[in-house]
Write a protein that binds this ligand. Structure first.
Ligand SMILES: NC(=O)c1ccc[n+]([C@@H]2O[C@H](COP(=O)([O-])OP(=O)(O)OC[C@H]3O[C@@H](n4cnc5c(N)ncnc54)[C@H](O)[C@@H]3O)[C@@H](O)[C@H]2O)c1
Length: 284
């Protein structure tokens, strides 16, 4: 999809960080926006910053962990704008915990927000996009953590590897089905940034009560968490850089969006370990 003007984008996790940067970029391209976030105050503060006429932007408080709320989001988007041309399944949360110190609630929270939300987003929006016909595009925000296995981020890594393989599978399936039926052309991209200075290190701010059971941060988890916090803060690409790269990829119909080129070595090391059946080594 090369021309964005007058088309409609739905972006989850749009009140902060990469989601808000995607919203700014989409607005600058002349798109109508449907912005979803669990944090209604943050969403209400973010929307006026876009400077859009009220009839071009809709904010919908959405907890992406629930299929019913994703359905309500799709209903609201189609009721207001009649079509959706870009879906960014972007909402996500991070948790620095070694595997054996992650509680069931830790796993549920991270997998629901980061992986199940993408499953729900694709399931709810894709059939409607196919039915509307023409060009559309889905961007799933994974992470470099979906391509390598950094210690101390067990649930996060699992969720993001899930998003990568879901996206790859969907891309191939759409290629097969669209070769038969050219009425709709839907592109897919998977966004895999490394560290970006956003609110992700403070994900607990929006952790729902029903998945709040966690353990105090201590030992190896505490040490790793501190390191992750520093890495996020010192990320050399901004959320705006990530949004820019994402829109370039959509225009080129490019699947993999890996804005931090310096993670290529870590990806290559992992792939060589898989192919050579040698044991995993710590990422540098
Ligand atoms: N910042 C990084 O270093 C980095 C790196 C790789 C991937 N990512 C991914 O980028 C995406 C955006 O994260 P970010 O860095 O902008 O973080 P962020 O915390 O700034 O923004 C995430 C947004 O998601 C929202 N959110 C959280 N739980 C939600 C829920 N249940 N339902 C709806 N919205 C919810 C938050 O309220 C927040 O507005 C995430 O998927 C994250 O995993 C971030």
């Amino acid at each position: 999809m090369k021309d964005f003007t007058g088309k409609t984008a739905v972006i989850t996790g749009a009140a902060s960080g990469i989601g808000f940067a995607l919203a700014k970029h989409a607005a600058a391209q002349g798109m109508n926006l449907v912005l979803a976030d669990i944090d209604l105050d943050a969403l209400n503060n973010a929307i006026p910053l876009l400077g859009l006429a009220p009839d071009r932007v809709l904010g919908v408080r959405t907890d992406v962990r629930h299929d019913t709320e994703i359905k309500a989001l799709a209903d609201a988007a189609y009721a207001q704008f009649g079509a959706v041309h870009l879906l960014c399944n972007n909402a996500g949360v991070a948790l620095g915990r070694v595997t054996w110190e992650s509680t069931k609630a830790d796993w549920e929270w991270v997998l629901q927000v980061n992986l199940w939300s993408v499953i729900y987003g694709v399931s709810e929006f894709l059939p409607r996009m196919q039915a509307q016909g023409g060009e559309a595009h889905i961007v799933n925000t994974a992470s470099a953590a979906g391509l390598v296995s950094t210690p101390g981020m067990a649930a996060y890594n699992v969720s993001k590897h899930g998003v990568v393989t879901l996206s790859e599978t969907l891309f191939l399936e759409l290629q097969m089905s669209q070769a038969q039926n050219t009425e709709s052309q839907i592109g897919v991209s998977v966004l895999c940034p490394a560290w970006v200075p956003t609110g992700i290190g403070k994900s607990e701010r929006n952790r729902p009560a029903d998945v709040s059971n966690t353990k105090p941060l201590e030992g190896l988890s505490a040490k790793i968490n501190k390191r992750i916090g520093k890495a996020i803060a010192s990320g050399h690409l901004s959320a705006d850089d990530i949004a820019n790269e994402t829109f370039n990829a959509i225009a080129e119909n490019r699947f993999y969006v890996i804005p931090h080129r310096n993670i290529n070595n870590a990806i290559e090391t992992r792939m060589n370990e898989v192919l050579g059946q040698t044991n995993p080594t710590l990422p540098k």
